[in-house]
Design a protein around this ligand. Structure first.
Ligand SMILES: [Ca+2]
Ligand SMILES: [Ca+2]
Ligand SMILES: [Ca+2]
Length: 423
């Protein structure tokens, strides 16, 4: 009898050892083997790993891996929307406390991303379609022909591969109020969804891409929206362009730099907010009051340096009018000359601010509407804080040169000239 008992112990022992030696049994219950998904779809993976001694394994005992993307999560169930395009072998590994691992595999397919990658210059006339996302992945990218962009198209710039668009041809981008054309960062998931395929791991920032630089007459940007650019976001360089009803927001540097644009350039109906510097102009075209320098949904959101900056002021040799009343015009360390056959007309309540060494010299006329003021860049009492320092600095007499009359050879002493050298 004792021998029989001994045999029983041995059998139990062998059974125990053999069970302990069993690897976990692994099953993937979802998705089905061979399933197909769209790019960016949320895919939920569910599975079990059962160990005869330890029961159902959970948590970090269960590891999911993709043959393309590597580890993708742990646990009984995981969800991801960031798998790359392609045929993935998905492996679930279950490991028990004896470090014995069982695995199961399925194959799934993730479809094409719903965007078009632009990796070459545009050398023949081209149309970009509405409802499509175009990702610029081309360094030193040039548009050398006519590029027509339809309403509802979204253009995203991947800064690591394509931070800018240079235009030596023509861009015709006529959006509509309902279907604007969007120019934004690759990381911007708010427009066109998660194009960069990382879910919400990354977020766009001002300056994520550079800008659009135009060198040829005739480009049009209407009902376009420009987000997260930097340096300069849109710049007609030594050419004529039309920029109307566009929105510039969350940009570093200058949003719209028309400081070298030519006579005939039109800048109307645009909205600027949350930019470093919204708008540069020069002295060759008019600016009316139709542009807006705050967020229409939150008027407290303006721009860091909330003014219209007048750069490279060549002589005013024509009849030019400035009528913007939301913010001040800023003459930045420059002499501005109004020639004798020309004039500068300032609309009612327009304010012109001056940095040190800035002057207006005029032979021709300066026509002022009512409540026009010429004052220091530091003067926040007129059109608010233009110099971007809140109330840190205050204006003083002598802050800028003044307005010099080249016909009478004296500085003007109009009562609406504040803080210049002769006060
Ligand atoms: Ca993303
Ligand atoms: Ca305005
Ligand atoms: Ca200030």
């Amino acid at each position: 009898m004792r021998g029989l008992k001994y045999v029983r112990y041995v059998l139990v022992g062998v059974l125990f050892l053999s069970l302990a030696g069993c690897i976990p049994i692994v099953k993937i219950t979802a998705p089905q083997n061979g399933a197909t998904f769209g790019f960016g779809d949320v895919i939920t993976f569910t599975g079990t790993g059962r160990d005869i001694m330890e029961g159902d394994l959970t948590g970090s005992s269960l590891v999911w891996e993709s043959s393309i993307d590597g580890p993708i999560g742990t646990g009984i169930s995981i969800a991801t929307s960031t798998l790359q395009q392609g045929v993935h072998t998905i492996t679930l590994s279950a490991t028990n406390s004896n470090n014995q691992t069982g695995t199961a595999n399925i194959t799934i397919t993730v479809g094409e991303p719903p965007f078009v990658v632009i990796s070459d210059d545009i050398d023949s006339n081209t149309t970009w379609e509405g409802g499509t996302i175009y990702v610029i992945k081309a360094f030193d990218f040039w548009v050398n022909a006519t590029l027509e962009i339809e309403p509802g198209a979204i253009i995203k710039f991947d800064p690591s591969e394509g931070p800018a668009m240079n235009v030596d041809g023509t861009v015709i981008a006529n959006g509509t109020p309902a279907e604007p054309i969007i120019f934004t960062a690759y990381k911007d998931d708010e427009h066109g969804g998660d194009t960069n395929g990382d879910g919400s791991v990354t977020a766009p920032l001002p300056g994520d891409w550079d800008g659009i630089y135009i060198q040829n007459n005739g480009s049009v940007f209407s009902y376009c929206e420009f987000y997260y650019g930097g340096d300069t976001v849109l710049e007609p360089w030594d050419c004529i362009a039309t920029i109307t009803n566009a929105t510039f927001a969350h940009n570093s540097g200058s949003a719209l730099d028309a400081s070298t644009a030519l006579t005939g350039t039109v800048i109307t109906g645009n909205t600027f907010f949350d930019n470093e510097r919204p708008l540069y102009i020069n002295t060759t075209f008019d600016l009316d009051d139709s542009n807006t320098f705050e967020n229409p949904d939150d008027p407290s959101e303006t721009n860091t340096y909330n003014g219209v900056f007048v750069e490279y002021p060549d002589d005013i040799g024509n009849h030019i009018s400035w009528e913007e009343t939301d913010v001040a015009f800023v003459l930045d360390d420059n002499d501005l000359w109004v020639l004798d056959y020309a004039s500068l007309t300032l609309g009612d309540t327009v304010v012109v601010k001056f940095t040190p060494d800035s002057t207006i010299n005029h032979y021709g006329n300066i026509f002022s509407g009512t409540n026009v003021f010429f004052t220091s860049y530091k003067d926040d009492d007129y059109k608010g804080d233009t110099n971007g320092d809140g109330s840190l600095t205050t204006p003083m007499d002598g802050d800028w040169n003044g307005i010099y009359n080249d016909t009478t050879f004296v500085y003007e002493a109009w009562p609406n000239i504040l803080y210049d050298e002769i006060h």
